[in-house]
Write a protein that binds this ligand. Structure first.
Ligand SMILES: [Zn+2]
Length: 167
């Protein structure tokens, strides 16, 4: 899961070749006789809304350590996005929600540390959740706040907040 196309085939280790397909230069494994696809990685996030405030976590780990962010993370291979979103929410904040209570706000694209990320942004009302916010894994602190009241806030966290608040 890197930002660059694969120089070696992940299946057999053979050096890949550059080959054009569908108007794009792609990597091709001559041993497997197959393209090595280079796709974005989904991240599921959930904005817990309480009036004009949302639940933010202060990141305890790199990248962006110390910055305020919306809860979320990478999906397990067999996990539905809404299920992954509430799992990450509970792991990071202690707040629980049913996947069925989430509202899909949008899907975007961003590049982070060279990785191509496909964020899936959900929202849920605070009243539809349970549990008090407690900083969990990957979080130094958690709190309900307006983005303007937090510093520093990740740009993409502000975008996700607006997507949820305006939806
Ligand atoms: Zn191969």
């Amino acid at each position: 899961m890197t930002g660059e196309p694969a120089d070696f085939c992940p299946d057999c280790g053979t050096a890949t070749e550059r080959r054009e397909s569908e108007g794009r230069e792609r990597r091709y494994c001559p041993a497997c006789e197959a393209f090595v696809w280079h796709n974005p990685v989904p991240v599921a996030t959930v904005v817990v809304l309480d009036g004009d405030r949302a639940l933010f976590v202060q990141r305890a780990a790199s990248p962006d350590r110390g910055e305020w962010d919306i809860p979320g993370g990478f999906l397990e291979a067999d996990e539905l996005p809404a299920v992954g979103a509430v799992r990450e929410l509970t792991e990071e904040t202690g707040v629980r929600a049913s996947p069925d209570a989430l509202r899909l706000c949008g899907v975007g694209h961003e590049t982070r540390e060279g990785r191509n990320i496909l964020p899936v942004v959900y929202a849920v009302e605070r009243a539809a959740t349970s549990g008090s916010p407690v900083a969990g894994s990957d979080a130094d602190a958690v709190r309900f706040a307006r983005p303007a009241d937090l510093d520093p806030v990740r740009d993409v966290a502000q975008e996700r907040y607006l997507l949820a608040a305006e939806g």
